[in-house]
Design a protein around this ligand. Structure first.
Ligand code: AMP
Length: 284
C-alpha cells in the first residue's frame, strides 16, 4: 500500500492507472476507521483493480459549534486497517492543500440537502458535496463507495454525480453494526458506558417500527410517534428528528404503501453525542 499526501501526486497516479486500463474505486472517509469502513474497502476491492481510500477530516462539513477539533484521529491504526482490507493507495491530503488560503468555490445540491440532516446542519452537505466533488476530480474513480448509514448523503452524492456528469458509479453498501445493533460510527467513542447502553434504542426502535409496518400500520405519523415514545424512555436521549420519507426523493410520506420505498431516518442526541440511523421499508 502506498500513502499519497500531495494532490498532484494523486492526480498523476490516477492518470497512470487510466492509461494502464485499471479500474479505480474510491472510498472517501474521515478516518478513525471501523468495520463499516473496512466493509466498503473490501467491497471496492471485489469490483475494482485499484482501491483509493481517502482519509480527510473535512473542515467544510462541520459547523463552528460541532466536533471538528475533537473528531477522533488515529492514522497509524487506520493505515494498518486500510492495508489489510485491500487499499492500494491511502490518500491523506492536508487541509491547507484542499482549501488553500482564499479558497471560495462550493458545490450545493439544492433541495435534498436542506431536509432531514440539512435542517439541523444547514451547511453540512455543502461541505460534503464540495469535498466529494474535489476528490472525484482528483482521483477520477470509476466507482465510489458510500455506506447506507448516511442514507441522505448517499442520495445527495448520487444526485451530485448525475447532475455534474461525473461518470462515477455510486455504490451504496449496507450498514455495519455492533453485536447489539448500534450502527458503527467513529463518534461512538464519545459515549460513556451508560450512554453506550442507551444508544441501542436507535436500532431497537427502528426494528420495532419495521414490525409495526409488517403487521399492518400504514400511517407514518403513528410509527413516528411510537419510535419517539421508545427513544424517550432513555434518560440520556433527545430526538433531533424522526422522519419517514421517500427513499429516493426524500419527500415526506404520509403512508407506507406497496412499491413505495420508505426511508425511516432519525437523529438522536445521547448526552452530547449526536447519532444517526435508518432503515428502508418496501411493502410488496
Ligand atoms: P465517515 O468516515 O464517517 O465520513 O464515513 C465514511 C464512509 O463510511 C461513509 O460513506 C459512511 O456512510 C460509511 N460508514 C460509516 N459508518 C458505517 C457503517 N456503520 N456501516 C456502513 N458504512 C458506514
Amino acid at each position: 500500500m502506498k500513502t499519497i499526501i500531495s494532490i498532484s501526486e494523486m492526480q498523476n497516479f490516477s492518470e497512470r492507472a487510466r492509461l494502464r486500463k485499471k479500474t479505480v474505486g474510491l472510498v472517501p472517509t474521515m478516518g478513525y476507521l471501523h468495520e463499516g469502513h473496512v466493509s466498503l474497502i473490501k467491497t471496492a476491492k471485489k469490483s475494482c483493480d485499484l482501491v483509493v481510500t481517502s482519509i480527510f477530516v473535512n473542515p467544510a462539513q462541520f459547523a463552528p459549534n460541532e466536533d471538528f477539533v475533537r473528531y477522533p484521529r488515529d492514522i497509524a491504526r487506520d493505515k494498518k486497517l486500510c492495508k489489510s482490507a485491500g487499499t492500494t493507495v491511502l490518500f491523506t491530503p492536508e487541509a491547507e492543500s484542499m482549501y488553500p488560503k482564499g479558497y471560495s468555490t462550493y458545490i450545493t445540491v439544492e433541495g435534498i440537502s436542506s431536509v432531514l440532516e440539512g435542517k439541523f446542519r444547514p451547511t453540512h452537505f455543502r461541505g460534503v458535496t464540495t469535498v466529494v466533488a474535489k476528490l472525484f476530480l482528483i482521483v477520477n474513480p470509476d466507482k465510489a463507495f458510500f455506506g447506507r448509514k448516511d442514507a441522505q448523503q448517499c442520495v445527495v452524492i448520487k444526485k451530485l454525480a448525475r447532475d455534474l456528469n461525473f461518470g462515477t458509479e455510486i455504490v451504496v453498501a449496507p450498514i455495519v453494526r455492533e453485536r447489539d445493533g448500534l450502527a458503527m460510527s467513529s463518534r461512538n467513542i464519545y459515549l460513556s458506558p451508560q450512554e453506550r447502553e442507551q444508544a441501542t434504542i436507535l436500532r431497537a426502535s427502528l426494528l420495532h417500527a419495521e414490525t409495526m409496518v409488517k403487521k399492518g400500520t400504514t400511517k407514518t405519523a403513528e410509527v413516528v410517534k411510537e419510535i419517539a415514545r421508545l427513544i424517550e424512555t432513555k434518560p440520556a436521549a433527545s430526538v433531533d428528528y424522526i422522519a419517514v420519507v421517500h427513499a429516493e426523493s426524500l419527500t415526506e410520506l404520509e403512508k407506507f404503501e406497496p412499491g413505495v420505498p420508505a426511508l425511516i431516518a432519525l437523529a438522536v442526541r445521547i448526552g452530547k453525542t449526536r447519532l444517526i440511523d435508518n432503515t428502508t421499508i418496501i411493502l410488496h
